[in-house]
Structure formats: C-alpha cells, structure tokens
Design a protein around this ligand. Structure first.
Ligand code: ADP
Length: 410
C-alpha cells in the first residue's frame, strides 16, 4: 500500500460538516468493490473503486469530497484488505449505517433487511444461484462486521423489486416440483436501478399516474422491466442474470437445447458452455472485438461487418423484448433508458425504437441528440404514442435510501 494515504487525504476541514449522517454503500463484486458514502439528503457523496483484487495491480481509486483523485496500491490485496483501507479512508466521516448491494435474495426477500446471522447465512446459501456475486457480498458484510461490529448493516437485493411479479411472469413452464422444492423460477435483477429510474420518471413526467413504464437498463449487463404503478410486473432476466437481452459478454436468450447440442457435437462440458455464454458472448462474441459498445460502434463506423451485425442484433433484441414486455402493462406510459449505453448512445436508442415500428413512437431527434453524459430528459415528439425518457441511474442513492428505510432512520 502507498505510504501516502494519511498525508494526501485531507478532506477533514472542507465540506465535512455537510456530509451529515452518511450511509456507506458497498457493492462487493468478485474482483472489485465499488463504494459511495452518501449524505442523509443524498446531496453529497464520496466515491471510489477497489479493482483488480488479488492481483499485483490491485488498487483503490478514491475521489475525495473535494473531487481530488487518489490512487492507492494494495498489491495482491483481496476483499479484506481493500475494505480495511476503504474503511480507514472513510472513518473520519462517522457513517451511521452500511448498505450492501446483494445480487441474489432468492424468494425470501421482497425488501431490504438488516443483517443478522440468518440473513448472512441466506446470502451465503444463495451462492448456488449467484456464484460470482453472493460470496463476495458475504465477504464484504463479514469484513465490516469484524472492524465495526456496532454499525448496522443492511442488504439490498437486486431481486427484491421483482418480487411483485405475478406467477404468470415468474414461473417457467417446467414441472411444478422444480419450483416448489428447488425454487426454480424467474427472479429478475438490476432491481434497484429499475426501481430508481421508474420512480424518477413518474416524478418528472407531466402525465398523471398510475404510470406504466418499460425501463431499459443497458450497460455491460442489460435488462428490461415492465413497471406499473411502482411495481415490477415482468422483467427480462430470470433465474440468473444470463436470461433476456444480449449484453456486453452475456448471450441473453438462446435455445435451451444449446447445452446438449454443444456437449454432443463439440464435447464441451457444462462449465465450459456456461463460461462461454457468460463471458465470451454478447457484443464481444458477435463482433469478435470487444464488450464495450464504444469500441464496437467505432469499428462499425469504419465498415467492420461483424461489429455492425453485433449492434444490429443488440438493438433488435432490445426492441423485440420491449415490445413483448409491453404486454405486461395495464397502461403504457413510456420507455425509460438508463445504464451506460441507454444514457449515452443516441444512435442505439434510435435503432431500438425503430425496431418497435408498429407502436406509433415518434422521436424528437434534436432532444434525443442532446441526451448523453449524465443528462436527464424526455425525447418524444409531440405526436408520439408514448413518452421517451433518459434517466441516469443512481443505484447507490437508492441503496442508501432503502438502507435508511430498513433501519427506520427516515
Ligand atoms: P456496468 O453494467 O458495468 O455498470 P455501464 O452502465 O457503465 O456498465 O455501461 C457500460 C457500457 O456503456 C459499455 O458498453 C460502454 O461502451 C457504454 N457506453 C458508455 N458511454 C458510452 C457512449 N458515450 N456511447 C456509447 N456507449 C457508451
């Protein structure tokens, strides 16, 4: 670790007094930890990222209250060390609670809950459904417990927002026993993002509620949700975050017989097929170039045929999914785009809406072109059948809010 930690970190006398009763939001992934310290009124935050955990290049990138950037090497350090350093960086702000983003909550949790022994056991047990994510979340909870045993911790599940889906949407057409005895059903993910942007759209639209939104969270991971009157009615991800839309490296929907076919034809193991579908498919797999849409867009503009096809497939599949999810909504107010792609790629938004050509959607091209880089606004033309919005997601803010709610601090 760099010796400069205590000497370069001098926020103490700046705006500390405004960072009242902050909540620490932690998103512990398999090789990274994102964190944000958020003031009671959500107006001020300190953010950072520990990345490359376990490697020589492990480091913490920290942005102070002043906006200064620090980089701290924790060469070889894993979750425990990274969290120890992150907590050292933040302890001067006296955070009052810690909220963890947890990918899988199974069917037990429909809201954020305070961590106790049972909750922690559940997070660990659900490793079976989220092998990459839940073990890392459990490590994060335990690391905070070890250092600050008295600070209340809350888990906010990606799956919780989707617990309002009706059986017609969450069941698979499989033998009943698989659902009843083994919890095989659709859970849905990105819940905090879909919840945040749909709630925000309902706040800023001029149309009267109840509202029916299709929210398209398009980042590295992509999912779409039908939200009616603040509740998830259906969503594109299922038992795991692999189902649904084409993503950066994930295939999304494929024929369920693909596994057996590849096993028979190529002798691939189930683990190899699973890794291929999760890590080598999507934009990366089809373009053969990258999971990053910017790279793929640039290549497509230079005439790269596979890059062009990857983008066309991405947009076609999003448009097709949105069209089908509209069936879940009693009323269709509009579409809300979010995530790195949804917030920034003007052409992707246009191409997706062109796929939905029978819906009477009319885009205001100038407004669409003005929405990128964190701006929020609508881009439907006056004669459009539905509204179109870009709402930058803020999962950290939502997690902080749910953490405070779960602890009765609001
Ligand atoms: P994550 O799911 O990891 O949080 P993000 O929400 O940050 O990911 O989204 C990452 C995706 O957003 C990448 O495919 C990236 O190329 C895309 N993206 C970010 N900015 C732009 C942009 N200006 N134009 C097109 N795509 C963008």
């Amino acid at each position: 670790m760099s010796a400069s930690l205590t000497t370069t970190f001098d926020d103490k006398n700046t705006e500390t007094s405004n960072l009242i009763n902050p909540t620490l939001v932690l998103n512990c992934g398999s090789s990274s930890i994102k964190y944000a310290l958020i003031s009671e009124d959500n107006s001020i935050r300190i953010t950072g990222l520990a990345e490359n955990l376990g490697l020589d290049t492990a480091r913490i990138k920290h942005t102070t209250l002043n906006g200064d950037k620090l980089e701290i090497s924790i060469s070889g350090g894993r979750h425990q060390l990274a969290l120890q350093k992150i907590l050292e960086l933040l302890e001067q702000y006296h955070f009052i609670a810690v909220g963890h983003r947890v990918v899988h909550g199974g069917r037990e949790y429909s809201a954020a809950v305070r961590v106790d022994e049972h909750v922690l056991d559940e997070v660990k047990r659900l490793k079976i459904l989220a092998p990459l994510h839940n073990p890392a979340h459990a490590l994060g909870i335990e690391a905070v417990q070890a250092i600050y045993p008295d600070i209340p911790q809350v888990v906010v599940f990606d799956t919780a927002f989707h617990q309002t889906m009706p059986p017609v949407a969450f069941r698979y057409p499989l033998p009943k026993a698989l659902y009843e005895e083994h919890k095989i059903r659709r859970y849905g993910f990105h819940g905090t993002s879909h919840a945040y942007v749909s709630e925000r759209a309902s706040e800023i639209t001029e149309s009267k509620g109840p509202h029916g939104w299709l929210t398209a969270h398009l980042g590295n991971g992509c999912s779409a949700t039908a939200v009616y009157d603040g509740k998830s009615f259906d969503t594109s991800m299922g038992l795991t975050p692999l189902e649904g839309l084409m993503m950066g490296t994930r295939s999304g929907d494929v024929d369920p017989s693909l596994h057996i076919h590849l096993k028979r034809q190529l002798g691939m193991s189930l683990e190899e097929i699973d890794a291929m579908l999760n890590n080598e498919s999507g934009l990366l797999g089809v373009s053969g170039l990258s999971n990053d849409l910017r790279t793929v867009e640039q290549a497509a503009n230079e005439g790269h045929a596979d890059a062009k096809l990857a983008i066309e497939m991405f947009c076609y599949r999003v448009g097709k999914y949105l069209a089908s999810l509209s069936c879940a909504l009693p009323e269709f107010t509009g579409i809300v785009f979010t995530g790195g792609i949804g917030e920034n790629s003007v052409t992707t938004r246009t191409s997706i809406l062109e796929v939905m050509r029978h819906f009477g959607i009319k885009v205001d091209a100038d407004k669409n072109a003005s929405l990128f880089g964190g701006s929020e606004g609508s881009f439907h033309a006056d004669n459009s059948s539905i509204e179109l919005w870009v709402v930058p997601t803020d999962e950290e803010c939502r997690i902080a809010q749910e953490t405070r709610e779960a602890l009765g601090l609001l």
